[in-house]
Design a protein around this ligand. Structure first.
Ligand code: PEP
Ligand code: MN
Length: 337
């Protein structure tokens, strides 16, 4: 339920309503907008509740939240959420770029590519010391040693570190080094992991499961928000379809659709979304044109010899060209880059 407060309601009335909502067994969440404050009352709705809340002082009206994902829904928050982490800002006018290799291979590699990416305009550095690999025989990552390498790259460049966490028991160690915790597509419905990253208070980049519907995706985000962590970005990374000319099918209608249904920023991953380096540039431009708030892109100095995902990884030269072209697209749709 949404308790809409009158524009001239006092802080005391708002606080009183929040306490009353809690007393009714619901969780209150006060959302202060530019013109009006609303209080989301989350929990089991029962008959008679609307009337009780409507009688409160300073209350203008009480509305139901129609979407099953209550906290992620744009019904409770009209202003767009801007996720902030170590200088990285996603959800504002600027289209942000997170880039880096699929895996953190060694310190020299990650520091060198980080410096290049920083120069070329990236704000975040991606790279996995914990890699979810389809085959158990593929390189699995350097674990904590890799996290330390990422921390060195951040110290040298100031880039925010975006890295995947695969298990609830790894959240404390990954959160110690990372600025943004990534939940991979294969873990989108790992509810204990979602709750653990929610509890960490760190910004989260949640990837869409490869066979998840948008409603399932937003309900996964809801698990994180429900722990009081509103710093969540939604990442479209492609879905599994009958089509096999690309690794996955990258549906860009997701971008404006999610932005209509939710206040959370939307990131697009054209690397995993296509699986082909040549398609990363064109799909990045398309994503920016569709309104994406950020891009996350795999870049490596020598993609041919990358330890994972080389086929979809672009070179710094390709990244530089992509940035220049995306910047022009961003300007055409009233964004900056
Ligand atoms: C990745 O970002 O390297 C990754 C494994 O992504 P996804 O979970 O989208 O497959
Ligand atoms: Mn990858």
């Amino acid at each position: 339920m949404i308790v809409v407060m009158k524009t001239d309601s006092t802080p005391g009335q708002i606080e009183h309503m929040a306490t009353q909502i809690a007393g009714l067994g619901l969780t209150p969440q006060v959302i202060r907008g530019t013109h009006q404050t609303v209080i989301a009352a989350i929990g089991d709705e029962r008959p008679g509740l609307t009337e009780v809340l409507e009688a409160g002082e300073g209350v203008e009206k009480v509305l139901p939240i129609m979407a099953p994902y209550k906290r992620a829904s744009s019904e409770i928050k009209r202003d767009r959420t801007v996720v902030k982490a170590q200088g990285l800002e996603v959800g504002g006018k600027k289209v942000t770029v997170i880039a880096g290799p699929c895996s953190v291979e060694n310190e020299e590699q990650i520091v060198s590519i980080a410096k290049t990416l920083k120069k070329l305009g990236a704000s975040g550095l991606r790279g996995g010391p914990y890699n979810p690999r389809t085959s158990p025989y593929s390189f699995q990552g350097h674990k904590e040693l890799g996290l330390k390498m990422l921390a060195t790259a951040r110290a040298e460049t100031g880039l925010a570190i975006v890295t995947e966490v695969m298990a609830p028991e790894h959240v404390p160690i990954v959160a110690e080094y990372a600025d943004v915790l990534q939940i991979g597509a294969r873990n989108m419905q790992n509810y204990q992991l979602l709750q653990a990253v929610g509890d960490s208070g760190k910004a989260v980049l949640l990837k869409r499961g490869m066979s998840a519907t948008i409603e399932e995706f937003l309900l996964a985000a809801e698990y994180i928000l429900d722990r009081g962590n509103m710093n969540v970005m939604l990442c479209e990374r492609g879905i599994r379809t009958y089509e096999d000319h690309t690794r996955f099918t990258l549906p860009l209608a997701t971008v404006p659709y999610l932005q209509e249904k939710s206040h959370l920023p939307v990131v697009v991953d054209p690397s995993h979304g296509t699986g082909k380096a040549k398609l990363v540039g064109p799909m990045s431009k398309a994503a920016v044109a569709a309104g994406a708030d950020a891009l996350i892109i795999e870049v490596h100095d020598d993609p041919e010899h990358a330890m994972s995902d080389g086929a979809q990884t672009i070179t710094p030269a390709m990244f530089s060209e992509l940035m220049a072209q995306c910047k022009r697209v961003a300007e055409a749709v009233d964004r900056t880059m």
